[in-house]
Design a protein around this ligand. Structure first.
Ligand code: ZN
Length: 143
C-alpha cells in the first residue's frame, strides 16, 4: 500500500531527484541525518512518514526546516505552542518549511522553494515535538 502511494507521488523521472522521503518511528528517530537538495530543483518535496504505531500526542513527529542558527530557538518556542499548532509558534517567521505533526501510520509532505535557500547557509531539519530535537535532527545542504 505504501509503495503504491509513493510511486504515485514520485511522478516523472525528472522530478524524482527533487524530492526525498524520510521515515520516522516510535523510537524517536529519523532514518536520515542529512538531505542534499540539488540546486537545479525549483521546488524540493519532503515526504515524512511515521512507520510507528503511537499517536501524535505521545510520539508525534514533524519535519521542520530552519537555518542551523535558528533551530534550537524555534524548537524551544514551539514547545509552548501546543499540539494543535504542531508544536510551532503560529507566526514563526524563522521556519522555512514544515510538515504537519503526525502519528504512527501517517504521512505528511511539504514543498520547499529552492530559490529561497542559499548555498552558503547551513540548514537544519528537526522534529519540534517537545524534546525530540535531541534525537531527531539533521542537516540540509544545497548542492
Ligand atoms: Zn518527533
Amino acid at each position: 500500500m505504501i509503495t503504491l502511494i509513493l510511486s504515485a507521488i514520485s511522478g516523472p523521472v525528472l522530478a524524482e531527484k527533487c524530492e526525498t522521503t524520510i521515515n520516522s518511528t516510535d523510537k524517536m528517530v529519523f532514518d536520515k541525518s542529512s538531505i542534499s537538495v540539488p540546486a537545479s530543483c525549483k521546488t524540493f518535496r519532503v515526504n515524512l512518514l511515521h512507520s510507528g504505531k503511537m499517536g501524535k500526542d505521545i510520539m508525534g513527529h514533524n519535519w521542520v526546516l530552519t537555518t542551523q542558527k535558528n533551530a534550537s530557538a524555534v524548537a524551544a518556542a514551539g514547545m509552548t505552542a501546543g499540539i494543535e499548532n504542531h508544536y510551532l509558534q503560529p507566526q514563526e517567521s524563522r521556519v522555512i518549511a514544515a510538515t504537519k505533526l503526525i502519528g504512527g501510520g501517517l504521512q505528511s509532505s511539504v514543498n520547499i522553494d529552492v530559490a529561497e535557500l542559499s548555498t552558503d547557509t547551513e540548514y537544519q531539519f528537526f522534529c519540534s515535538f517537545p524534546g525530540h530535537i535531541s534525537m531527531m535532527i539533521g542537516t540540509l545542504t544545497i548542492d
